[in-house]
Design a protein around this ligand. Structure first.
Ligand code: ADP
Ligand code: MG
Length: 692
C-alpha cells in the first residue's frame, strides 16, 4: 500500500470520476489528501427553527407540513417544515417529480443551508436535505463538513467519500504519511504531526474554531504551508548540489588576451564590475559548472561583465550562447558583442525565427563546425535543432523574464557526456532576500552595486494626464536641444494587439501635436526588420521621439534619449517601471522621467508612484514594493513562470518565509533523505531517495 497509487483503487472511483479528479490535479491518494477544503460547514448541531437568524447557515430538523408547486413567477417547489418551535420554508427552483413525491406531509427531514427572509418568513433556498426514515438511527455529524474545490461533474459527496476512504487507509497504516519535518521543529512551533494535520483539515472536530479554520490561521494548515515552502526551497538547494556532480570545461584566458580586450573598451570597468568578474573567473576555472546570478541595477553594466565571461570561453576554445528575453535586446547584444569581439578571431551569429533558407543553414553550419564562437538569440535558441561544436558557456540575460523551471531545464542543454556548460544569468530585478530563497537558492549570487561614473540620478515627477499639453511643450523644447525622447504607452490589456493599437493611436496624436518632431513607433507586433530599422534610426538620431509599448522595457540603450514619458504608470509594477525608466539616464547629461497618471489615484497607487519619484535604487524600490503589495504579487507579476503553490500563500504565510532557509540547511545536513522525500511529495520530483 502506497500513497502514490491511483485514486481508482478507491471504491466508487471509476475511470470517469478519475478523469474529473485529474482536472483538479488529483491522480494519486496523496494528491487527494493534499486537496484541502475551501471552507467548512457545521452540521454537528441541530438548530431549533425559532432560534434561526437570517444570514446564518444551519442544520434544521422538521416534519413536512405541506408541499406545493407555485406557478407564480419562476416556477418553484415550496415545502414547509415544522419542528415544534416554528415553521421554515424550503424553496427549490430546480426540482423533479420524484422530489415532489418523496416530501409528503408527515415526512421527517433534516436540511442544511443558508437561512434568509423570504416571501413568507424564514426560508432556505435549495437546502441540502436528507429524509430521515428512522429517527432513532439519525445522528448529526461529529466533524465539521469539508467543502472542497470542485470541477464540473464532480460532487462534494463523491469527493468527501473518496477523502474519507483515503483518511481511513492512513489510519490503518500510520506509516503512510511519513513526517519528514524534524520532531524538534514540530515541538517548538506546536505544530501537529503530518497525519494529524491532514486529518484535522479534512475532518475537523466540532470544537475547532470555524473562524480560525476559515482564516487559515490553524497550526495544521501553517504546518503544511511551511512544509510546501520548504520543499520548494529544498528543490533549489538540491539542484545546486546535484549540479556539482557534473564536469565542466575549465575556462581561462591569458593576461595578454584580457588586457587587449579591456583596453579596446571605451570605458574603464567599475570596481563592482571588476569584483564580479573575479567571481566569474574563479568559477570558470573550476571543473564544475558555474551557476552564478549577476544582479545589478538597470544600467550598472552587466552586459560587459557577461562578455568577459564569453572571452574566457572563446580563449579556451569553447562556444558561448547568449539568450535574451526579447528580439530587441538580443539584437542589441549582437551589436555590442560584435564590436567588443572585433579583435578576437571569431564570428558572432544571431539566430532568430526570421532567419530562413540558406542564411539559416549557413549560420547553423558555422555553429556546428565551430567557426562561429558566439550565438545570440531569444529562447528559441534552445528550442531548435541547434548543434554546437563545443558549447562551454550559456549566458541568460534578464533572467526574471524566464521561469525558475525554464532555467533549470536549460541546464541539460549543451550537455556532453558527463560535462555541462557553465551558466551565467543576469537580472536587474532585485528579489528581496526573503523571496530569493524560493527563486535563486540554486545559484551563487554576485551583485554589481555601483553605477558607472558620471551618471546623474534621473529626476522623476508624477503628474496628472490633464497636464498633457505642458508635457507636449516640454518635448518640443527638449528636442530643440537636440535630445531624444521615449513615450511609453502602457495598457493592462492582455492582448498585445490592443496594446499595439493604443500605441499606434498615441503616435498619430503626437505626430499631429508635434509637427517639428520626427516621431516613430515601435511595438511587439512589428516585423523584426522594421523594429530593427526604427531602433537603428533612433540610435542614429534620425528620429527624435520614439513611441513604444513596454517592449522597450529591457535592454534598449540610447544615451542621448534623456526624457521619458510613461503613460498610466499606475498600471505597472514598481520594478517594471524602474526597469523602463532605466532606458534614460544612460549618459552623462540630465535625464527626466514623467509619470503621467490617469486620476483619480488610490492611496496605494499614489504612495507607489511616490516611491519611484523619491528613489533611483532598484533594491529600495523592490523592498518598498514588497511591503505595499505583498510577496505573492511581487513574485507573480515578475515572473512568467511564477511558482504555483498548492497550499502555501505568500501573503498569508509571509511570516514563515524567514524561517525556511535555516530549517532547510538543518534538514539537508541531518537528514538528506527527508529533503528528497519532501521534494518528491510536493513537487513530484523523483529522486533516488524518493522511495525511502
Ligand atoms: P545593464 O546592467 O542594465 O544591462 P548595460 O550593460 O546595458 O547595463 O550597460 C549600460 C550602459 O553603460 C551601456 O551603454 C554600457 O556600454 C555602459 N557601461 C557599462 N560599463 C561601463 C563603465 N564601467 N563605464 C562607463 N560606461 C559603462
Ligand atoms: Mg542589460
Amino acid at each position: 500500500m502506497k500513497l502514490n497509487q491511483s485514486v481508482t483503487t478507491l471504491t466508487g472511483i471509476g475511470a470517469q470520476t478519475a478523469s474529473r479528479l485529474h482536472k483538479l490535479g488529483i491522480y494519486t491518494l496523496q494528491d487527494l489528501l493534499f486537496h484541502l477544503p475551501l471552507r467548512y460547514e457545521d452540521r454537528t448541531r441541530i438548530y431549533p427553527i425559532n432560534s434561526l437568524v437570517s444570514g446564518t447557515t444551519a442544520l434544521v430538523c422538521g416534519t413536512v407540513e405541506f408541499i406545493d408547486i407555485l406557478p407564480r413567477g419562476r416556477k418553484s417547489l415550496i415545502c414547509q417544515i415544522n419542528d415544534g418551535t416554528g415553521a421554515l420554508s424550503l424553496k427549490f427552483f430546480h426540482f423533479s417529480a420524484n422530489q415532489h413525491n418523496s416530501l409528503k406531509p408527515g415526512t421527517l427531514i433534516s436540511c442544511f443551508g443558508e437561512v434568509r427572509y423570504g416571501y413568507a418568513g424564514l426560508e432556505i433556498v435549495h437546502p441540502d436535505y436528507q429524509i430521515i426514515t428512522d429517527p432513532n438511527a439519525y445522528t448529526t455529524e461529529t466533524k465539521l463538513t469539508p467543502v472542497y474545490p470542485l470541477t464540473e461533474g464532480l460532487s462534494q459527496n463523491t469527493l468527501r467519500k473518496a477523502v474519507k476512504q483515503a483518511l481511513s487507509l492512513c489510519q490503518q497504516e500510520p506509516g503512510l504519511l511519513t513526517d519528514w519535518l524534524p520532531a524538534e521543529l514540530l515541538k517548538n512551533a506546536s505544530y501537529p504531526s503530518l497525519a494529524d494535520a491532514i486529518h484535522t483539515l479534512h475532518a475537523p472536530d466540532e470544537t475547532l474554531s470555524l473562524t480560525d479554520l476559515h482564516n487559515s490561521k490553524h497550526p495544521a494548515l501553517k504546518r503544511l504551508a511551511l512544509e510546501e515552502l520548504l520543499a520548494h526551497h529544498l528543490s533549489l538547494c538540491l539542484a545546486k548540489s546535484l549540479a556539482k556532480i557534473w564536469q565542466a570545461p575549465r575556462l581561462s584566458a591569458d593576461t595578454a588576451t584580457t588586457t587587449a580586450f579591456l583596453n579596446a573598451l571605451p570605458f574603464q570597468l567599475t570596481n563592482a564590475q571588476q569584483r564580479v568578474i573575479q567571481d566569474i573567473v574563479a568559477d570558470c576555472h573550476q571543473a564544475q559548472p558555474m551557476m552564478r546570478l549577476v544582479q545589478g541595477d538597470v544600467g550598472s553594466g552587466k552586459t560587459i561583465v557577461s562578455a568577459y565571461a564569453a572571452l574566457l570561453a572563446l580563449a579556451s576554445g569553447y562556444q558561448v550562447a547568449v539568450m535574451a528575453p526579447t528580439e530587441l535586446l538580443a539584437e542589441q547584444h549582437k551589436r555590442n558583442f560584435s564590436v567588443w569581439f572585433q579583435g578576437v578571431d571569431t564570428q558572432v551569429v544571431y539566430l532568430t525565427g526570421q532567419l530562413k533558407g540558406n542564411a539559416r543553414k549557413d549560420a547553423l553550419q558555422r555553429l556546428a563546425d565551430g567557426t562561429a564562437g558566439i550565438i545570440i538569440g531569444t529562447h528559441a535558441l534552445f528550442q531548435e535543432a541547434v548543434h554546437f561544436h563545443r558549447l562551454g558557456l550559456i549566458i541568460i540575460d534578464e533572467q526574471h523574464r524566464f521561469g525558475v523551471h525554464q532555467r533549470l531545464a536549460l541546464r541539460e542543454k549543451g550537455q556532453h557526456g558527463d560535462s555541462r556548460p557553465h551558466q551565467l544569468v543576469m537580472t536587474a530585478t532585485p528579489i528581496p532576500r526573503t523571496l530569493a530563497m524560493l527563486q535563486y537558492a540554486d545559484l551563487d549570487i554576485s551583485i554589481i552595486d555601483e553605477l558607472p561614473p558620471g551618471r546623474k540620478p534621473i529626476v522623476t515627477s508624477v503628474i496628472p494626464a490633464e497636464r498633457r499639453s505642458e508635457v507636449i511643450d516640454r518635448i518640443n523644447s527638449w528636442v530643440a536641444k537636440r535630445r531624444q525622447v521615449y513615450w511609453v504607452c502602457t495598457l493592462i490589456e492582455e492582448s498585445e494587439a490592443l496594446q499595439c493599437e493604443a500605441a499606434e493611436k498615441t503616435a498619430e496624436l503626437l505626430v499631429q501635436a508635434l509637427p517639428d518632431v520626427r516621431v516613430a513607433l515601435i511595438h511587439g507586433r512589428m516585423k523584426n526588420a522594421d523594429k530593427d530599422a526604427v531602433m537603428q534610426a533612433f540610435k542614429n538620431h534620425q528620429l527624435d521621439l520614439l513611441v513604444a509599448t513596454t517592449v522597450i522595457e529591457v535592454g534598449v540603450d540610447v544615451p542621448n534619449a534623456g526624457l521619458m514619458i510613461i503613460e498610466n504608470p499606475e498600471r505597472l509594477g514598481l520594478s517594471q517601471l524602474h526597469q523602463l525608466r532605466g532606458r534614460v539616464g544612460r549618459g552623462a547629461d540630465d535625464s527626466y522621467c514623467l509619470l503621467m497618471y490617469q486620476g483619480p489615484l488610490s492611496d496605494t497607487a499614489r504612495q507607489r508612484l511616490g516611491i519611484l519619484r523619491d528613489s533611483n535604487d532598484g533594491f529600495v524600490i523592490a523592498e518598498k514594493d514588497l511591503e505595499l503589495r505583498g510577496p505573492g504579487d511581487v513574485m507573480g507579476t515578475r515572473q512568467t513562470g511564477a511558482i504555483h503553490f498548492k497550499i502555501a500563500d505568500l501573503e498569508r504565510d509571509a511570516e514563515l518565509l524567514d524561517s525556511i532557509p535555516p530549517i532547510g540547511a538543518q534538514l539537508l545536513a541531518s537528514n538528506p533523505a527527508a529533503a528528497h522525500a519532501l521534494c518528491a511529495r510536493w513537487l513530484g520530483i523523483a529522486t533516488d531517495y524518493a522511495e525511502v
